[in-house]
Ligand binder design. Structure first.
Ligand code: ATP
Length: 235
């Protein structure tokens, strides 16, 4: 479904992604783990067209998207839920969700998907008229994911959905990510919570200072010495 081939991304003199290659197959949950500043967010931004690679290619469903505009990439079915939630604080929950569907014209489909988001997140239904800025951190994260789903993505890019949330909420969010995947959406999940991410993923890539240093089956990586030492708090 997605094939990233040898991409290099720079911020001025900073070489943020150094020849990164990876693949995501339809139906998978793939996770990208690594420390702060490793380049995980940069990779997601490059996939959604917010950042341009200096070289390399990104193929999605057989076509290069490396020069496509952000909106065209969303239309193709890639939806990005950025780090830090980024909801519109002075708009209601419903208005935030509607914005996620701004490129769509199928009113009935939009309504149906909004109902589905409210099924996944009953809490958002209860608070549908409330301003997003007054929601708790966990609710804002739910809203950010819900807004991402309103674009009707085939591939959902999630940047650190567990960040700053209490353990119980983290578990809830991860359960919902699994449900979204079971309903047919492919997921690329960036996480610092490596243990949780590996436990729901099919495959994983470990990224260090802009390079993929390890990749493979998620369950196998969960037991690998290197990953345990570096990302799972030792033995
Ligand atoms: P985090 O989880 O902290 O976001 P990350 O793995 O997602 O970490 P990136 O945010 O992708 O890492 O950052 C990769 C590198 O690029 C870091 O060295 C970071 O300082 C640098 N960087 C990221 N964004 C910018 C920017 N807009 N301008 C300059 N440098 C940047």
């Amino acid at each position: 479904m997605l094939k990233v081939d040898n991409i290099n991304v720079y911020y001025g003199a900073i070489h943020a992604l150094k020849g990164v290659s990876l693949e995501v197959n339809a139906g998978e949950i793939v996770t990208l783990i690594g420390a702060n500043g490793a380049g995980k967010s940069t990779l997601l931004k490059t996939l959604s067209g917010l950042t341009r690679p200096k070289s390399g290619n990104i193929e999605y469903e057989g076509n290069s998207i490396v020069k496509k505009r952000v909106q065209a990439i969303v239309k193709d079915g890639i939806s990005h839920v950025p780090e830090g939630r980024r909801v519109f604080p002075t708009m209601s929950v419903t208005e935030n969700l509607e914005l996620g569907a701004f490129l769509r014209k199928d009113k009935k489909g939009i309504q149906k998907d909004m109902e589905h988001v409210f099924e996944l997140f009953p809490r958002l239904y209860e608070r549908r008229k409330q301003l997003a800025g007054t929601l708790s951190g966990g609710e804002q994260q739910m809203l950010a994911i819900g807004r991402g789903l309103m674009a009707k993505p085939k591939l959902l890019l999630l940047d650190e959905p567990s960040m700053g949330l209490a353990p119980l909420l983290v578990k809830q969010i991860f359960n919902i990510i699994e449900m979204i995947n079971q309903e047919g959406t492919t997921i690329l999940l960036v996480e610092q919570n490596a243990n949780m991410a590996l436990s729901i993923a099919n495959r994983a890539y470990v990224i260090e200072t802009g390079k993929v240093v390890l990749s493979g089956d998620a369950k196998e990586l969960q037991t690998s010495e290197l990953v345990r030492e570096a990302y799972l708090g030792g033995a």
